[in-house]
Design a protein around this ligand. Structure first.
Ligand SMILES: [Zn+2]
Length: 150
């Protein structure tokens, strides 16, 4: 069974909230009352962009039993524009196509099933921001700039 803490955290998980330290500016995800950098308690809650960039990743070949994801899949550390870092699964693509620097969108999805009762747990997954690959991405970018200059 998911713990009471799991249920209590659902609203902030869904909104993808983090805390930004009022003293040193460090962004923590998940939110923390005490800044891990400077121990300040002067933090504000911010909502993160649902996008980010892959910093590092690893390919998982043997997932935990309750994960609703077929192995192999990529597990990446994604950094949002606000500077928050999170470990997320990368969905909707070949794990071999994941690379550092890749842009991803963060989507709220079903992640796993806990226990025999099959309680469903949701969380964020990363999906490639340009899932079609190199050439299509370049084309999309040129269309975007056409629109921007229209
Ligand atoms: Zn701080």
């Amino acid at each position: 069974m998911p713990s009471p803490r799991y249920w209590r955290e659902i609203p902030s998980r869904y909104r993808l909230e983090a805390t930004r330290c009022g003293d040193c500016g460090r962004v923590s995800y998940p939110p923390r009352r005490i800044c891990p950098e400077c121990r300040s308690t002067d933090g504000e809650t911010i909502e993160l962009s649902h996008e980010g960039r892959v910093l590092t990743y690893t390919v998982v070949h043997v997932p935990p039993d309750d994960f609703l994801m077929e192995a192999p899949y990529a597990l990446a550390v994604v950094e949002t524009p606000e500077g928050a870092r999170m470990m997320v699964q990368v969905a909707d693509c070949d794990p071999a196509s994941v690379e550092a620097g890749m842009m991803v969108a963060l989507e709220f999805r079903l992640i796993r099933r806990e226990g025999k009762g099959g309680i469903l747990c949701y969380g964020y997954k990363a999906v490639p921001a340009y899932p079609m690959g190199g050439e299509a991405e370049a084309e999309l970018r040129s269309k975007e700039s056409e629109v921007a200059h229209a």
